[in-house]
Design a protein around this ligand. Structure first.
Ligand code: SF4
Length: 197
């Protein structure tokens, strides 16, 4: 049975797809399960599949689009679900690698208005060379710039909050990442490294 939704720290996570435009060396997809959940999908869920899997969401702190893949590959379903859960009064976040505009061949930032409260874009590193080395994007050039352009497009949407995120590990220069975030006027969230089996 596919895992369309899973719960960690009282947040409901939605696993829309296993497709991704990166092959990050640290990706949780390198494990068979995450938080005890098998997140490899045999088929991608519909709106109805997710709603049925999630059940009563009233007690969760947040609804988060984040799975074994990049959620913007399913932007239409993501928007539909996000609007549904926001109508129920839930806080909705998307964790994304920021390649959504290239993936969809258009600027998807306006579509997210009304569907999400927070767009959290994984910056991962402070420059293109370091990013390519650890994220191994399918795009041979410009993947880092793509995510910065997406962050700028999202920042221009006033209906939701945009942030870049990094994980506090020794290889990441937080000061340099902060400068990158400052250069485009977006907040930087520094996350603690948590290893979950
Ligand atoms: S962007 Fe996210 S889902 Fe994709 S490979 Fe990197 S960590 Fe994994």
């Amino acid at each position: 049975m596919d895992t369309y939704t899973y719960i960690i720290d009282n947040n409901l996570y939605i696993n829309l797809t296993n497709k991704c435009s990166n092959r990050c060396v640290f990706c949780v997809r390198n494990k068979d399960t995450y938080g005890g959940y098998p997140l490899w999908l045999k088929s991608e869920p519909t709106f109805e599949d997710v709603v049925k899997s999630a059940g009563d969401v009233s007690s969760y702190n947040e609804i988060v689009f984040c799975g074994y893949g990049e959620p913007t590959y399913r932007v239409d379903t993501l928007v539909e679900l996000g609007k549904h859960y926001r109508t129920l009064g839930k806080l909705v976040r998307i964790n994304t690698n920021g390649h959504g505009n290239e993936i969809n061949g258009k600027n998807i930032a306006p579509l997210l208005a009304g569907a999400v409260d927070i767009v959290s874009i994984s910056l991962n590193q402070s420059d293109s060379e370091k990013y390519d080395a650890i994220c191994k994007p399918i795009y041979k050039v410009g993947a880092f710039e793509m995510l910065l352009n997406f962050a700028t497009a999202c920042k221009n949407q006033s209906e939701f909050t945009t942030q870049l995120s990094i994980v506090d590990v020794p290889d990441v220069d937080i000061t340099a990442c902060q400068k990158v975030a400052d250069s485009i006027g977006v907040a930087l969230k520094v996350r603690e490294y948590i290893d979950i089996d």
